[in-house]
Design a protein around this ligand. Structure first.
Ligand code: PLP
Ligand code: COI
Length: 352
């Protein structure tokens, strides 16, 4: 598909002058345009870029009833020369298709995804923030627009890509609750997919945790609740003495792009990294002995979010305040690559 094949309907008047780029929230101010692509008659049609606006769906569209819906999260950055940069975008496209397969949503051709996204970013280029710590959050999503109450996959779908100039996901340091009762995902389930329902299912336990003063839940395995898995919107890293530990991905854990980039950067910086199962009791014992140095979450929205402390079985554990935490060193390393402030030996940065 050529970029010129994409139909473009431009907005009459841009909303950009109403936006305070110095005080951006996360994901709630939307750029002028969005991309819409329909799957019907057995194939994806040519995408359209049009003004960001509500869409009309039949009340019996299967998204509403059976939750056939998946999404991705990416970011666009500007470098000092004003070039637009993406970070490992093909990984997002691949993961979208992995989620799609599990949710019986047709595969989106890489060509439509990338050509459409690049054109959308060209059109809304001045919506990409330049301030440090801000970026254009990109939300591609696909869902069942086909209708009928029969509990079976739809025959029509939509891909939409919306973008939102955004600041930090978390306002400050994060306090987490290690979950003992509820589960996010199960073996054989859809935890590895970015399925909308995975997030809906987290809201209730997360709400209970928020009522107790925590920001996020750290999920444990559904079977024994003994193993640390991941948080609601990020993978988890734990530093015990000089070793950085993160759980292996599985059926139940999202294969985070930030996670795998951090593992690579940390290893190449000479840090001892262990990808292995880690029990809650190991973390508690480390907290009690003082060998637990840091915990942090990693994800596109969250970047690297240091964890200030955690709760478990009605007890709170504080992490030490460090002068030069590894979390912040790794955050600088990855964001410098993303924003072209450092060499990218991995070829992860994509200049548009
Ligand atoms: N885990 C979950 C459940 C997520 O929603 C996310 C966010 O995308 C992540 C981990 C981190 O993944 P990534 O680094 O690819 O954004
Ligand atoms: C992301 O980090 O892009 C995510 O998708 C997490 C989201 C729940 C905000």
């Amino acid at each position: 598909m050529q970029s010129s094949d994409i139909k473009v309907q431009l907005i009459e008047e841009s909303k950009i002058s109403q936006v305070d780029f110095n005080n951006l929230p996360f994901g709630s101010v939307f750029s002028d345009h969005m991309l819409e692509c329909d799957y019907k008659d057995g194939k994806w049609q040519t995408p359209v870029i049009k003004p960001y606006s509500p869409i009309t769906l039949d009340p019996s569209a299967k998204i509403f009833h059976y939750g056939q819906s998946i999404f991705e999260g990416m970011k666009a950055y500007k470098d000092a020369e004003g070039s637009t940069l993406l970070f490992r975008p093909l990984e997002n496209c691949k993961r979208l298709n992995k989620s799609a397969e599990r949710m019986v949503i047709p595969q989106i051709p890489e060509d439509i995804f990338m050509t459409g996204l690049k054109k959308l970013l060209e059109i809304d280029n001045n919506w990409i923030p330049t301030k440090e710590g801000s970026s254009l959050y990109i939300r591609p999503f696909m869902f069942a627009s086909g209708n009928g109450f029969h509990a079976s996959p739809a025959n029509a779908f939509k891909l939409l890509i919306c973008t939102a100039p955004s600041g930090a996901y978390f306002a400050g340091k994060v306090k987490v609750l290690i979950e003992e009762k509820y589960a996010r995902a199960a073996n054989g389930g859809v935890g590895f997919a970015k399925a909308g329902g995975n997030y809906a299912a987290q809201f209730y336990p997360t709400q209970l945790a928020i009522e107790k003063g925590y920001n996020q839940v750290i999920w444990t395995d559904d079977n024994t609740h003994e193993y640390i898995e991941e948080a609601g919107a990020m993978n988890i890293f734990i530093r015990i003495n000089d070793t950085l530990i993160t759980s292996p991905t599985s059926d139940r854990i999202l294969d985070g792009i930030t996670r795998k980039s951090i593992i690579q950067i940390a290893k190449d910086s000479g840090i001892d990294v262990e990808v292995r199962k880690i029990t809650v009791s190991e973390v508690i014992a480390a907290a009690q002995s003082g060998s637990l140095k840091e915990m942090f979450g990693a994800g596109t929205a969250a970047v690297i979010s240091p964890i200030a402390g955690f709760g478990y079985q009605e007890k709170d554990y504080d992490l030490p305040e460090l002068e030069n935490p590894l979390a912040l060193q790794l955050k600088k390393q990855i964001t410098d690559i993303q924003t072209n402030k450092a060499e990218d030996p991995y070829g992860w940065r994509v200049k548009l």
